[in-house]
Design a binder for this molecule. Structure first.
Ligand SMILES: Nc1ncnc2c1ncn2[C@@H]1O[C@H](COP(=O)(O)OP(=O)(O)OP(=O)(O)O)[C@@H](O)[C@H]1O
Ligand SMILES: [Mg+2]
Length: 376
């Protein structure tokens, strides 16, 4: 290894190892850097040493278990689980009050485990997240794992189900056995995939067996772990599976307030007036999921980055083709003009609402009255 102590070279070296995902090597290198810089930059060395001491991967249950290999498909040898050792959220989630209460309860129970055990109670060990795509089910699992400082293991059931059914049960058992042996949060994603595969009559027996395996595994799940499952189609689930979950959380599409909070957050430090845009977006994106909204805002930011200018210049382009109802389009046109975002003509171009209607709405009741007099 080259001699350390040259800042430029060391940063490049660190970047190379980090980008290759060699976590253990990163830690090793950081130890050596802390030593190499102890005399020339004592504060830096002390900070790095402190970070290393706190580094969660050192004591992570997954590392302790690293001698047990991750479960793989019995035939293809592909890994069955996606592991997030230290789950990261790109931004903070926006949860409705009803969801927030449930998620906080799941986390809170783990934090007060002694109080529960004293009363011979165990914490909620399984929860089912139901809701349309892009509303935060996976994000909630990540949020919980991060709050509990546990690794998140994700099993995508749709992917596992695509293989030979007889193998699926075995794979499922392997995954749950592995997850049970760790202090982790396990997410069974796309749980309805188990129910969806009904087309082939010859598979019905296998499917029944698989449902039985799943039920047994949920029943056997230890309360030290947390078993989460997510589905877009709760109606497809076998009621026997559904009943097994101790908590069910219904994730709704965001309402106006949630969209406002979310877009304000996404546009802060990016737009000239995030508050104004958040209000506009809350009307324009009604009925859309968080991930749809995020995707559209990201595309406006990309356009701004490539074509120059600020993101504000590209946000109005998002309103076309949102499939809004007539009332929503009128509300949107009114807000666009009232907030000085666009002229009445542009508001008309963007929303398709007639300029006459916009004028009436913006000037309140005065215009219609005056008109009435005039018409008489
Ligand atoms: N409640 C939320 N608060 C903030 N951002 C959210 C929320 N829900 C979704 N997002 C954004 O959308 C992205 C996708 O969300 P997520 O993967 O959690 O959706 P999901 O409900 O699991 O959807 P699917 O059913 O398709 O798996 C997230 O990474 C996040 O950026
Ligand atoms: Mg998901």
């Amino acid at each position: 290894m080259a001699k350390l102590g040259n800042v430029e070279g060391d940063i490049v070296h660190l970047a190379r190892v980090a980008l290759a995902g060699r976590n253990q090597d990163v830690q090793l290198l950081l130890h050596r850097l802390a030593k190499a810089y102890r005399d020339t930059s004592p504060q830096l060395a002390a900070k790095v040493t402190e970070l290393l001491r706190e580094a969660p991967t050192r004591s992570s249950p997954l590392r302790r278990k690293s001698e047990t290999a991750l479960p793989v498909d019995v035939d293809t040898r592909f890994q069955l689980l996606r592991v997030e050792d230290n789950p990261i959220l790109e931004h903070e989630p926006v949860f409705s009050d009803q969801i927030a209460v449930k998620l906080e309860r799941l986390v809170g129970e783990r934090r007060h485990i002694d109080a529960l055990l004293q009363q011979s109670l165990h914490p909620t060990k399984s929860a089912l997240f139901v809701g349309p795509p892009g509303v935060g089910k996976t994000m909630a699992a990540r949020w919980i794992a991060r709050s509990l400082e546990r690794p998140l293991l994700i099993l995508d059931l749709a992917a596992v189900m695509s293989s030979y059914l007889g193998r699926t049960g075995t794979n499922l058992r392997h995954v749950l056995e592995y997850a049970k042996s760790l202090d982790c949060v396990l997410l069974l994603d796309e749980l309805d995939a188990v129910a969806k595969r009904r087309d082939d009559k010859s598979e019905i027996g296998e499917l029944k067996r698989l449902v039985t395996v799943l039920i047994q595994e949920i029943d056997d799940w230890p309360s030290t772990g947390l078993l989460l499952a997510a589905t877009n189609h709760s109606e497809l689930l076998d009621p026997a599976i559904w009943r097994r979950f101790e908590l069910v959380a219904d994730f709704p599409l965001p309402d106006e307030q949630a969209i406002e909070a979310f877009t304000q957050h996404l546009l802060t430090h990016k737009s000239k007036d995030p508050t104004k845009w958040a209000r506009i977006m809350s009307v324009a994106f009604k009925g859309h999921s968080f991930s749809d909204i995020e995707r559209d805002i990201l595309s406006a930011r990309r356009a701004a980055a490539i074509n120059g200018g600020v993101v504000d210049d590209h946000l109005t382009g998002l309103f076309r083709g949102q499939g809004l109802s007539k009332t929503d389009r009128i509300n949107l046109a009114e807000i666009l003009v009232e907030t000085g975002t666009t002229s009445q003509r542009t508001a008309h171009d963007l929303t398709g609402v007639s300029r006459d209607t916009i004028r009436k709405r913006v000037s309140g009741t005065k215009t219609p009255k005056r008109r009435l007099v005039k018409n008489e």
